[in-house]
Design a protein around this ligand. Structure first.
Ligand SMILES: Cc1cc2nc3c(=O)[nH]c(=O)nc-3n(C[C@H](O)[C@H](O)[C@H](O)COP(=O)(O)O)c2cc1C
Length: 197
């Protein structure tokens, strides 16, 4: 994961095109991320796509170390993203393994990526990482006030979540008939084929 010089996967131009054509819709960067919990049950939620890691095909997200998805990433890394682009009426499903970059990462490049994504957050977004334990019984309002933490150093719960896709299923509703492509990674190479919708 994360080596330099990884070739752009063949599905990347289609995602880039969809992002471009849907750029006027802020919510076209919201994706549904499904993970598997410790009992083998699905867990699904919305997260914001933060771009691709440079020179890789990995998708970037940010999250709180105390969230369920962060725990699930550690115990069971398989995950799938479902991404719908309303303007172009197409869906991408990206299956792969997720990995968490937390405060104690020993890897300098990962450490730098975590700093960088923290710096790109808005004040209100940074403030959320100082809130009380997510999912615990509601704390009083005073626990949610205060100044946003400084943007030079991430607070401990802040994590980067990476998804390394292995299979990408792209469905375009537009067209008679609809178009559907399947891309699968085998080691360092990607195969692709058009399949029935
Ligand atoms: C539009 C929208 C965007 C969101 N973006 C994020 C995000 O980028 N990262 C995140 O951790 N949670 C995000 N959330 C909150 C998650 O959907 C979820 O409620 C929270 O992370 C707890 O989920 P979990 O306990 O299953 O991990 C977002 C929610 C919405 C509605």
């Amino acid at each position: 994961m994360g080596e330099l010089g990884v070739t752009l996967a063949p599905w990347r131009p289609a995602v880039a095109h969809a992002l471009h054509r849907n750029r006027s819709l802020v919510y076209s960067r919201y994706v549904q991320l499904a993970t598997v919990d410790e009992y083998g049950r699905p867990a699904n939620r919305t997260v914001v796509f933060r771009g691709f890691r440079a020179n890789t095909n990995q998708l970037l997200f940010v999250t709180d170390r105390r969230s369920q998805k962060a725990h699930q990433a550690v115990i069971q890394p398989w995950a799938e993203i479902c991404w719908y682009f309303p303007k172009t009426r197409e869906q991408f499903r990206l299956l792969g393994q997720i990995r968490l970059i937390a405060v104690d990462t020993p890897d300098p490049a990962d450490h730098q990526l975590r700093q960088q994504l923290w710096q790109q957050l808005s004040d209100p977004a940074r403030l959320q990482f100082t809130w009380p334990q997510p999912g615990a019984a509601a704390a009083g309002r005073e626990a949610f006030t205060g100044d946003p933490p400084p943007n030079d150093e991430p607070v401990a719960p802040f994590c980067v979540l990476l998804l390394e896709p292995e299979r990408v299923d792209h469905l375009e509703l537009r067209g008679e008939p609809q178009n559907r492509w399947l891309y699968e990674r085998r080691g360092d190479t990607w195969g692709s084929q058009q399949i029935n919708p």
